[in-house]
Each structure stands twice: as C-alpha cells, then as structure tokens.
Design a protein around this ligand. Structure first.
Ligand code: NAP
Ligand code: ZN
Length: 350
C-alpha cells in the first residue's frame, strides 16, 4: 500500500477537502503513476454533486490523468519508470467479452471498471469503490495506461484522456473527414477539442454555441462556421445541412430542433449526459431517414490512436491550470460556462 494526497467531497453539496488515501500494493501487472495533472470534466461535477444518483462518498473524481511512471510490477512490459503516461475514464474490464476483445472496453458486458465511483473488491481499494485522479498517485493495470507522445505537454494532454477520446471516437465512427459537414453543439471542454480534431480530420466544421461570445476562439480552433443557437434564424438557415451533429451539451436541449438540421441519412450523436429523458418526434427521424445515436468515450486502442493523432496534428486542450484548493470555484465556473476551455489541477499544489 502507498499513501497519496487527494481531494475528496463528502456530500453532494459539500466542498472539496484534502484527504489521505491508500493506493493498492503493486501487483505484477500494475503501474504506479505520479500524477502531475488532472483535468476537470463535467462528468466529475455530475458525480460529485450526485446528479446521476449513486455516488459513493467520500468521492475523489478525476479521469483525465497525466503523469510519470513511478514504479512498475514485476511482469509489466508496456511501460517503464519515467515514462509519460495517461489514464482516462476506465481502469479495468473483463477482457473476455466481445466488446473487450474488440478493444471497446467502455462497453464491457460484465461491467467496465471506471476510474472513480466504480465498485471494486476491498483489496483493490479500501471502501470498495475506485478513487480517481484528483490525487498525487494512482495504481492502474498496465493495459489501461496510455503513452503520451513526446511533443504534447502533460498539462494539455490530460483533458485528451476523456474529452479528446469522447470526440475522436464518434468522429471516426461516423467518418468525419473531407466532404463531410460536421456540427458540434456546445464549445466547452469536450466541444473545443472536438472542433480541433474534426478540423484536423478534414471535415467542414460548424459550431453551434448558445451565443457568439466564443466565435473568434472557434475560428482559431479550426471551425469554418459559427452560429448562436439563441437565434431562431439559426435553425431556419441550417435546416437539413449536416451529415453529422455531435451534441456535447451538459444540460437539456430541445433535441428535436437539432435533429432537423441533419441532411438525409445524417446522424446526431449524443455525448452530453443530462439526466432527464429527451423528446423526439417520430416524424423528424422518419421524414429524412435521420438517426439518433450516442457514444461513450472510446476504447483503449482508439485512445492511444487519438493521442498519436493529436501529437501529429499539434492538438492539445486549451487549459487554465489551477491549484487544488480552487476545485469548488472551478466547478461553479464550469457550470456557468465560464471556462476557457478546461480546468486542469496541478497536483504539485496538493
Ligand atoms: P462543459 O465544459 O461544461 O461544456 C458543456 C457546454 O455545453 C458548455 O460549454 C456550453 O457550450 C454548453 N451548455 C452548457 N449549459 C448549457 C445550457 N443550459 N444550454 C445550452 N448549452 C449549454 O462540459 P464537458 O466537460 O464538455 O461535458 C459535457 C457533457 O458531456 C457532460 O454532460 C458530461 O457528463 C458529458 N460527457 C460525456 C462523455 C461520453 O462519453 N459520452 C464523456 C465525457 C463527458 P456553449 O457555451 O458553446 O453553448
Ligand atoms: Zn470526462
């Protein structure tokens, strides 16, 4: 066992406090990571505030982890002490079911082990559930530890481990590229990385944001067009325009209005995860053979592919680095859409 400093919240409306947590003894296939940076994803906020019901407290969120390997178990071959590594939303899966065999571990049929708030045996984590990356160290089995290529700073790489792969995966799955018109709804943590990746893939990228306040940034990230969804005219002008729409918004949206922006055979992919059910008219889908789908982060092999792609294209997240005592303030600012574009905790401040 080793002891790490961490930041935990103890109730849905509590504040983060510094705590000491135990990390498990290194097994033969385990990697001990000195965490340098941890991104703040909106999913951390949904969980810490129990908006998805089922949070175990005290809760240590964090699934955008970047750091250096501090030690490896006796059988580890993939990583060495000193390597630049990352951990995303998943830390284990059964390894036997069809999704796992296809390296889609996030859809494991026996249950993906998430980086935080996921049931595990007591011997893996005292308390019986995982504790995430708002901490100085973490132990993860080598197959779930990614390599961060040289050329991307660890701080701007951290958010790629969730935000990056969550966008990269559907953009690849629905073939974003030259000749494809792609719209991204919401230019927050997920959305801004999505704009960069979709543009690097060669797609024609449109941002649908609730105002025009971030328009210049959108252009800088590679967006070709930018519209305010607060304007009714936007929905008239863009009707039937897109092959693919990716929704990253954390709040409820009138999704039927957005479906109408799809061209024949277009797909709208839901990534944002508000808790309330959506309303969709059958005629909106049937009328133009439109599809409504969803996507959950991405598997381990594709996460490595995404990191390599981002390194090749010079893509990192736009970040604001904060000290660990500012997590509560950062959460409020994320909820108020007042973040440009991802808060990243510097764990040296723990
Ligand atoms: P974020 O940084 O808060 O970005 C969300 C964006 O949505 C905001 O920047 C804002 O964009 C827009 N937005 C927020 N509130 C809105 C409202 N009331 N009406 C309209 N637009 C609003 O959050 P994030 O970290 O990118 O995460 C976004 C969502 O994705 C969360 O629900 C998170 O849990 C989920 N998520 C899903 C996956 C997955 O695998 N499917 C992975 C990670 C996260 P504009 O200012 O541009 O309008
Ligand atoms: Zn996330």
């Amino acid at each position: 066992m080793s002891t790490a400093a961490a930041y935990a919240v103890s109730t849905p409306d509590g504040r983060f406090e510094k705590v000491a947590i135990e990390r498990r003894e290194l097994g033969p296939h385990d990697v001990l990571i000195d965490i340098k940076y941890a991104g703040i994803c909106h999913s951390d906020i949904h969980t810490a505030r129990n908006e998805w019901h089922g949070t175990s407290y005290p809760c240590v969120p964090g699934h955008e982890i970047a750091g250096l390997v501090a030690a490896v178990g006796s059988a580890v071959t993939k990583h060495r002490v000193g390597d630049r590594v990352g951990v995303g939303c998943l830390v284990d899966s059964c390894g036997q079911c069809d999704p796992c065999l296809a390296s889609e571990q996030q859809y494991c049929q026996r249950g993906t082990v998430w980086t935080y708030n996921s049931r595990v045996p007591e011997e893996q984590q005292a308390g019986g559930y995982t504790l995430g990356g708002y901490a100085t160290q973490v132990v993860v089995t080598e197959g779930f530890v990614l390599s961060i290529p040289e050329g991307i700073g660890l701080d701007v790489a951290a958010p790629l481990l969730c935000a990056g792969i969550t966008l990269f995966s559907p953009l690849r799955h629905w073939n974003a590229g030259p000749g494809k018109k792609v719209a991204i709804i919401g230019m927050g943590g997920l959305g801004h990385v999505g704009v960069k990746i979709a543009a690097a893939m060669g797609a024609e990228v449109t941002v649908l944001s609730h105002s025009l306040s971030k328009q210049a940034d959108g252009a800088r990230f590679g967006a070709h067009h930018y519209y305010a969804t607060s304007e009714r005219q936007t929905f008239k002008d863009l009707r039937g325009k897109f092959d693919l729409i990716v929704n990253t918004v954390s709040a409820d949206l009138p999704i039927d209005h957005y479906l109408k922006l799809l061209d024949l055979d277009g797909t709208l992919v839901i990534l944002g995860l508000p808790d309330k059910p959506m309303e969709v008219k059958a005629s909106t889908l049937a009328g133009y053979r439109r599809s409504l789908s969803g996507s959950m982060i991405g598997g381990i092999a594709q996460t490595q592919e995404m990191l390599n792609f981002c390194a090749e294209h010079g893509i990192g997240a736009e970040i604001e680095v904060i000290s660990a005592d500012r997590i509560d303030e950062a959460y409020d600012r994320v909820v108020a859409s007042d973040v440009r574009y991802r808060f990243v905790i510097d764990t040296a401040t723990m």
